[in-house]
Design a protein around this ligand. Structure first.
Ligand code: DER
Length: 233
């Protein structure tokens, strides 16, 4: 089974288990969520479900519109029943690294407004410790004018290496949906207290949000090479 098929089987199982009629549904960002939205659209059509979809990014909004789903917004739907989102890595404590796609700020806001955050991923995201498999580091969204002092402060606190995320199809850095930069922090120590790290980094002036999702995810679905799905909670 390919990685894409592993993503799909995980996404379909999560949507089938958690999406119900009349629910307010948070739509995550990234490539795995594409399969979740496909499955949601199939179910809405076949079961005539009433689902209001709240996006976590411009990409998620485009997905919702593309599939003809009911687009809502946080302002009118601040209490979300369930959000299904991807992750770059999930450790044994269900701590997530998110933000590989640069959407971590709105993803964390939507997750914080959700009764349940469900993660869908392929088996390569399933780790014991953060950093076991995902080597691109923790994404940190920052106000552009402050990226250098923030970078220096994090390195002085925790060591490792930090890079300003460069765009691929554009000269210069990635600019998020919110007009900010992304720093990717390749941490050296895998045995940090990630809740404390998140809280400390968040206090640095200019930091908008980190890609550390601590105590937020209640269940994760990992699609396997053999075609089955491993669930963790
Ligand atoms: O940017 C994000 O947080 C995405 O959800 C990312 O973590 C997962 O993206 P993927 O499904 O394309 O691997």
């Amino acid at each position: 089974m390919s990685l894409e098929q592993a993503k799909q089987v995980a996404a379909y199982q999560a949507v089938d288990q958690f999406v119900t009629n009349n629910c307010i549904f948070g739509v995550g960002s990234g490539s795995t969520v594409v399969y979740a939205v496909q499955r949601l659209a199939e179910r809405v059509e076949s079961e005539k479900l009433k689902v209001t979809c709240i996006p976590t990014s411009f990409q998620a909004k485009q997905l919702i519109i593309k599939h003809g789903l009911n687009l809502g917004e946080l302002e009118t739907n601040p209490n979300i029943d369930v959000t299904i989102d991807g992750a770059d890595e999930v450790d044994s404590n269900m701590t997530l690294i998110k933000g590989g796609g640069g959407c971590l700020l709105q993803e964390k806001i939507i997750a914080s407004c959700s009764k349940k955050l469900i993660v869908i991923a392929d088996y390569t995201k399933d780790s014991v410790k953060l950093g076991d498999r995902y080597k691109k580091g923790v994404p940190i969204e920052v106000i552009p004018m402050a990226y250098v002092p923030i970078k220096n402060k994090i390195i002085s606190l925790y060591g490792g290496e930090i890079k300003l995320r460069s765009a691929v199809a554009k000269a210069g850095p990635v600019v998020t949906d919110n007009g900010n930069f992304i720093l990717d922090w390749m941490f050296a120590n895998q045995n940090l207290d990630w809740e404390k790290v998140n809280n400390t980094i968040k206090l640095i002036p200019g930091v908008v949000e980190t890609g550390l999702f601590v105590n937020m995810c209640c269940k994760a679905y990992f699609g396997q090479p053999e075609g089955n799905v491993v669930e963790r909670s």
